[in-house]
Design a protein around this ligand. Structure first.
Ligand SMILES: NC(=O)c1ccc[n+]([C@@H]2O[C@H](COP(=O)([O-])OP(=O)(O)OC[C@H]3O[C@@H](n4cnc5c(N)ncnc54)[C@H](OP(=O)(O)O)[C@@H]3O)[C@@H](O)[C@H]2O)c1
Length: 243
């Protein structure tokens, strides 16, 4: 093992996760990634292939089993856990799934990936996080605090729950020296966006989409010493969409 700080990042293959890998790699961190697909050949980074764990976070048993595998790759310390993987299923033709027509199985799947995986990983790795006085960042969403025209009800309620989980975890992990925060992106240019987002963007105070690297910078802040007295909060990264 080397002296680099270590981060575990879920959903690193695209979008915000991918930008986060680049940000932390630039700072000299080692990044252990997990997502459903094998290591992305089109965007390799040093040591990335060996540090990738193929895992479906929608399968709770597989997520629990993966804890031992992750521990075996750590030197007893985990400096950051970033729960970024998320899914936002749509209905036919991209329709928004509301509270009336979202079937329970879909709802459950969304909660496993977007919500339960975060606490399974965090508590499974609490000793390593505590040993490093590490930080947890949960990636929530603006949809967690208001009805959104494209994000469905399962997605939105999972993100609201993840925000509440952030508060609960900050309370429980704080005495171990572990900080727990959330970031709530607005409209960020990734594959998760729906057609029609340009109409929303016209109404934002800053009048533009966000770039994944602008979200990665805030994740970096929350994992760095610059935020050493910040815990239990959610930072909105949304061009003022909430005002
Ligand atoms: N883009 C936005 O405007 C926006 C706004 C608000 C919040 N967010 C949140 O930001 C986070 C990242 O979003 P993004 O836009 O970057 O999404 P994205 O481009 O769709 O990427 C999602 C990532 O999650 C992984 N993932 C999905 N299902 C998984 C599963 N079952 N198990 C393991 N990994 C899984 C994917 O990798 P695999 O396909 O390899 O599994 C991928 O790396 C999400 O939590 C999202 O809800 C995004």
């Amino acid at each position: 093992m080397d002296g680099r700080k270590v981060m575990l990042l879920t959903g690193a293959s695209r979008g915000i996760g991918h930008a986060t890998v680049k940000r932390f790699a630039r700072e000299g961190w080692r990044i252990i990634t997990c997502s459903r697909q094998p290591f992305p050949e089109q965007c390799p980074w040093g040591g990335g292939r060996e540090d990738h764990i193929q895992l479906d976070l929608g399968d709770p048993n597989a997520t629990i089993r993966a804890i031992d595998e992750i521990k075996s790759r750590l030197d007893g310390k985990l400096h950051a856990l970033v729960n970024n993987a998320g899914i936002s299923p749509k209905g036919e033709g991209g329709a928004r799934l509301n509270t009336i027509d979202t079937d329970l199985r879909t709802w459950g799947q969304v909660f496993h990936v977007n919500f339960f995986a975060s606490i399974v990983l965090a508590r499974g790795l609490k000793d390593e996080l505590s040993a490093a006085k590490g930080a947890v960042v949960n990636v929530t969403s603006i949809a967690g605090s208001r009805v959104h025209p494209f994000a469905g009800a399962a997605y939105s309620t999972s993100k609201a729950a993840l925000k509440a989980l952030t508060r609960e975890m900050a309370h429980d992990f704080g005495p171990m020296g572990v900080r727990v925060n959330a970031i709530a992106p607005g409209e960020i240019e990734t594959s998760i966006l729906s057609p029609g987002t340009e109409k929303i963007v016209e109404t934002l105070p800053l009048r533009r989409l966000g770039q994944p690297r602008e979200v990665a910078d805030v994740i970096w802040f929350l994992c760095s010493d610059a935020s050493s007295y910040v815990t239990g909060t959610e930072i909105e990264v949304n061009a003022g969409q909430h005002v």
